[in-house]
Design a protein around this ligand. Sequence first.
Ligand code: SAM
Ligand code: SF4
Length: 329
Amino acid sequence: MSSAQLVDGFNREIRYLRLSVTDRCNLRCTYCMAEDMTFLPKSRVLSLEEMVLVGAAFVELGVEKIRLTGGEPLVRNGVVELAQSLNQLDGLRELVMTTNGVLLDKFAAPLKDAGVSRLNISIDSLRADRFKSLTRFGQLEDVLRGIDAALSAEFKKIKLNAVVLNGTNSDEVVDLTKFAVEKGLDISFIEEMPLGEIDAHDRVDTAFENQSVRQQLEQSFSLKASDHQDRAGGPSKYLEIANSDTKVGFISPMSDNFCASCNRVRVTAEGKLLLCLGNEHSLDLREIVRDDPSHLKEAIIGSMQRKPERHYFDPNDITITRHMSATGG
Ligand code: SAM
Ligand code: SF4
């Protein structure tokens, strides 16, 4: 491991960058976006070349893992070429992606060839009608086809992600886990975060703690403690399903704060370095990369002291107006 040059004021080493390549998406998940969204004009979005310069600066500063995300990363033209360029950065150990899977049928093999080693695929329901209403117009069969294409492309690891909403899909956690076991995949359950104003539901009503997910799973599966932690550490806590290849992750930003071990920062499609998912502390990297990229590293190092200790989320009080689609998951 190279020596860490990115250390924040709470002695946390930053080794992981989540890079949002677009704020646009081919779905409109009700917990992520409002029905009517305004997207960034092209001039404000980093070019692919600018994204590579930003990625390179982070890797030179000791970042070992980059996750491409969005919006939906696969709607960004040139995303495969971007992956290829990032994958060549000396010092990067892992290039991974989070996607809704809709376009994976076409992109799984090229992404694998470009050096993306692992995929997180979001799927909140296995019922076509429910999937459609959760995503406002998505077709479940596209995602199922995408998952199969990803399996055929033989990624090192594929994990499903499901946001669990009380009264919407909270009765599907066992079915989703069975599906993951059948396909030989991992799965993580995510608590909904109050990021951005949405119009489809009140987040207080849909709040569902992972403790309840776990209780449901315990009725149907034998769960064992797992010592698995991503080497470049994400926020999931894992259990294993006995007699299977499947690990179940619990991402619990609402009920089990994980900020003490935070090792990551995010860069949005417009080049804003966000130091915390649940706070507004940021630095505009677009201005720097467009003005003089040789200043990127010193600016990023300087920003570390602005990283807040932790997030405080309250579904009654939406203080972060930025939607998850703009933040990058
Ligand atoms: N479009 C891709 C996808 O859906 O996988 C990548 C971006 S999406 C913003 C990344 C992850 O954030 C997805 O797993 C999504 O379900 C999750 N997400 C979106 N809004 C959220 C919210 N308000 N609370 C918790 N998770 C959320
Ligand atoms: Fe799009 Fe992902 Fe947000 Fe759903 S969660 S609207 S797929 S960015």
